[in-house]
Design a protein around this ligand. Structure first.
Ligand SMILES: O=C(O)CCC(=O)C(=O)O
Length: 337
């Protein structure tokens, strides 16, 4: 039912009851840490060993970092954001064509997280797209706005290359061969979530997205440059990831935590909303192929450290992840050896 979309209403005056979290689950925005020094890694720096060491530190301590001089032009980043806004500003009848609440659909416009299953909704609309191989999926993508397919496919191609470069650096930072992770993950899928969080009348009572970890390998997030909303959990506190000019936010997903034998962290993060402004984010997910067997890299257990996780296929993990609620215990806990 497309009339569930938040973006069909120009201005929301009240928060409907179905979005209100119980007292104990609210975001407590006043307690969120604001000047948190999330690491910023300059991928354009001359000294590759310094880049690798910064990535190692960031993945161990935060599971999150931002990257600058990453090779994707500011122009393309701006175009991607602009087309995302244009899409959510389309008339309701146009958006209704793409609406679905079936999580199995590979191209769908939806709202909240999983409206069929959840009891409390989230203040978010999103367009979810499968993006690899492009030739297979682009013909089913929105044809309106007219330049959507061109802009988004160019963006996806560049983000995929950036993702592979990062996986290489992450491999090296773990003392593995540069292509180790890419080989283990096989022919990776690529998914995208374009998240639109409208201005919310009571941001203290709800979430854009509640706390979750990402089930995939690596996430590359393009954040709204003007409006903060992403927060990560560190040392028992929620901290803000304020947008850094022209940066992408990178986070380690569950598969890299498993593969690194728990050295690198797939951390809890969430998106909060605010009463003054709408916010947009574009998350690109690199996902192992379904048959990829994920287990801790041999060299990371060879020194006598026990394997923290048992081997599993990505298909097995993904099924388990989606059978649960987003904010239950860390899904990897169920794969401990
Ligand atoms: O909007 C954000 O900043 C976070 C998005 C996110 O965590 C997701 O799409 O999984």
């Amino acid at each position: 039912m497309a009339d569930r979309l938040l973006s069909t209403v120009p201005h929301h005056r009240n928060l409907p009851e179905s979005y209100v979290r119980p007292e104990s689950q609210r975001p407590r925005l006043a307690e969120v840490e604001s000047d948190a020094n999330i690491p910023v890694v300059d991928l354009g720096a001359d000294d590759q060993s310094q880049i690798i060491s910064q990535i190692n530190d960031a993945c161990r301590s935060y599971g999150f970092f931002q990257i600058v001089n990453h090779g994707i032009s500011v122009e393309l980043m701006l175009k991607m954001m602009a087309i995302a806004f244009e899409f959510f500003y389309l008339p309701p009848e146009e958006k209704a064509k793409l609406y679905s609440d079936d999580p199995a659909k590979k191209i769908r416009l939806s709202t909240s997280f999983n409206v069929r299953k959840e009891t409390v909704h989230n203040w978010r609309d999103y367009l979810r797209l499968h993006c690899y191989p492009l030739e297979e999926f682009v013909p089913g993508w929105p044809s309106n706005p007219p330049s959507f397919r061109e802009v988004v496919s160019t963006y996806c191609r560049e983000v995929r290359q950036l993702g592979f470069r990062l996986l290489g650096l992450i491999s090296l930072s773990l003392g593995l061969e540069e292509d180790y992770i890419e080989k283990v993950l096989g022919e990776q899928e690529q998914h995208m979530a374009i998240n639109y969080y409208p201005q919310c009348p009571e941001p203290e009572l709800t979430y854009g997205l509640p706390a979750h970890t990402d089930p995939n390998a690596l996430t590359i997030l393009l954040q709204d440059q003007k409006v903060a909303g992403l927060q990560v959990f560190k040392d028992g506190k929620w901290i803000r990831v304020d947008p850094h000019p022209n940066a992408f936010v990178i986070n380690i997903g569950d598969q890299l935590q498993a593969l690194s034998n728990g050295r690198y962290k797939s951390v809890w993060h969430r998106a909060v909303v605010n009463s003054d402004e709408e916010r947009m984010s574009v998350a690109s997910f690199l996902c192992p192929c379904n048959s990829a067997v994920i287990s801790p890299a041999k060299t990371l257990t060879g020194d006598g450290s026990a394997a923290v996780y048992r081997s599993f296929t990505y298909a097995e993990y993904y099924k388990k992840f989606w059978s649960r609620n987003l904010d239950q215990e860390h899904c990897l806990e169920l794969f401990k050896s």
